[in-house]
Write a protein that binds this ligand. Structure first.
Ligand code: NAD
Ligand code: MG
Length: 399
């Protein structure tokens, strides 16, 4: 699934590379367009896709001038088409059109930045059609890592991680021989409630949960960071990307978010990738690999970085991390059930219908529907059942 990790040779093919940005109106999507705008000779955005916010999508399309834009929400089609009338940009709507965009031959690179399991079909389509996938949508690997891996193996597609921890691991592995990894260490910021006593978790508001100390991100991943489910999903993501079992993937809390992750090798040597927290860096790495392009992203000032600290993750206060490890060890459809139930739990927490400590409980309710599942249809059926279980689970559990 990964590209050749031998020391990089020049990339074949001509610049500019065609880029499709799926989830262009989101946090990663917007930063991707920012990176692309700096390198007009190297990157050409050929298509954009988003969920519901047609005004923002239209604005982006007018600025970027792609060939095609797709809005998943079919009820926004007429408005989007009206807004882009006379531009010559092709407009389509619906989930199938988003999927078709991902396999479109006009793009060499597909930036998978849709949030949640909604990104799975487009990611799979890109993997089936041999694209280079700059992958932010970790949920697609959590739900169907084996299917994405197998599709990529058949088509020759490669996946380059955008998630900062996995980009770090990827960069540490470039040039290293196969079989040299002892352990992966994913760093975690610990989120906004790292120091908060569990006895007060019932009073956490959605606004507090989305206010991440180090990163500005979409609402769903921000809540995932607050529950530490994000790190759990990332452990599963790392398993599929790097083919390392759960027992050799560790998590360490590092509140400063300077060390983005560490690879420990069989000879006792370790490599880490470091830098100020800024998603434009891993986005650019994914778009430029195997080259590196000059950019003025902030650098670390080592004399002002201050102490870098580390502590163990607290799975008593943050049970979601333990649930994700358990789902990965159980294999089958457990990660798909975990992810689906978590998506429902996060949405219910954000709309105020459950409290923060209910999130892991709803996830447990969803995990109960896991069963052996191999095909995409099996996994999507588990996803549906887990969503139902988490929607119907009684809340609030907490008193
Ligand atoms: P976001 O909520 O800001 O944006 C999500 C994007 O997906 C939006 O453009 C939205 O329109 C689109 N979308 C939602 N449902 C859709 C659908 N059904 N069809 C098509 N488009 C749809 O989210 P984000 O923070 O940018 O995160 C995107 C992904 O990247 C997530 O999987 C997240 O875990 C991952 N990620 C994000 C960050 C970050 O810093 N934001 C870091 C690492 C990984
Ligand atoms: Mg991450």
């Amino acid at each position: 699934m990964l590209p050749d990790l031998r020391p990089p040779a020049p990339r074949p093919g001509a610049d500019p590379r065609g880029v499709a940005v799926l989830g262009s109106t989101g946090s990663i999507g917007v930063q991707t367009l920012e990176v692309a705008a700096r390198f007009p000779d190297r990157l050409r955005v050929v298509s954009l896709a988003a969920g519901t916010r047609w005004e923002t999508l239209a604005e982006q399309a007018r600025a970027v001038r792609p060939e095609r834009v797709v809005i998943a929400d079919e009820s926004a089609y007429a408005s989007l088409r009206g807004a882009l009338a006379g531009t010559g940009i092709d407009v389509a709507a619906g989930a199938e059109a988003v999927r078709a965009l991902a396999e479109d031959s006009g793009a060499e690179i597909v930036v998978a930045a849709i949030v949640g399991a909604a990104g799975l079909r487009p990611t799979l389509a890109a993997a089936e059609s041999g694209k280079t996938i700059a992958l932010a949508n970790k949920e697609s690997l959590v739900v169907a890592g084996a299917l994405v891996r197998d599709a990529a193996a058949r088509s020759g597609a490669v996946v380059i991680p955008v998630d900062s921890e996995h980009s770090a691991l990827f960069q540490c592995l470039v040039g290293e021989p196969e079989g040299c990894v002892d352990r992966l260490v994913l760093t975690a910021s610990g989120g906004p409630f790292r120091e908060r006593p569990a006895s007060t978790f019932g009073a956490i508001t959605p606004a507090e949960a989305v206010a991440h100390p180090n990163w500005s991100m979409g609402a769903k991943i921000s809540v995932d960071s607050a529950t530490m489910m994000n790190k759990g999903l990332e452990v599963i993501e790392a398993h599929w990307l790097f083919d390392i079992p759960a027992d050799r993937i560790d998590v360490v809390v590092h509140p400063e978010s300077i060390i983005h992750s560490v690879v420990e090798f069989v000879d006792g040597s370790s490599k880490a990738q470091v830098g100020p927290p800024d998603m434009r860096v891993p986005i650019q790495v994914a778009l430029s690999f195997p080259d590196r392009w000059p950019a003025d992203h902030p650098r670390l000032d080592w004399t002002r970085t201050g102490p870098l600290t580390f502590e163990a993750a607290d799975t008593d206060r943050f049970p979601c991390l333990g649930l994700a490890y358990a789902a990965l060890r159980a294999d089958g459809s457990s990660p798909a059930a975990l992810n689906a139930a978590n998506e429902v739990a996060v949405a219910r927490f954000l709309d105020g219908s459950i409290r923060f400590p209910d999130v892991p409980r709803l996830v447990e309710a969803g995990l109960a529907v896991a069963r052996p599942a191999g095909t995409l249809d099996d996994l999507l059926a588990v996803d549906r059942d887990a969503r139902r279980a988490a929607s119907e689970a009684r809340a609030p559990y907490t008193v």
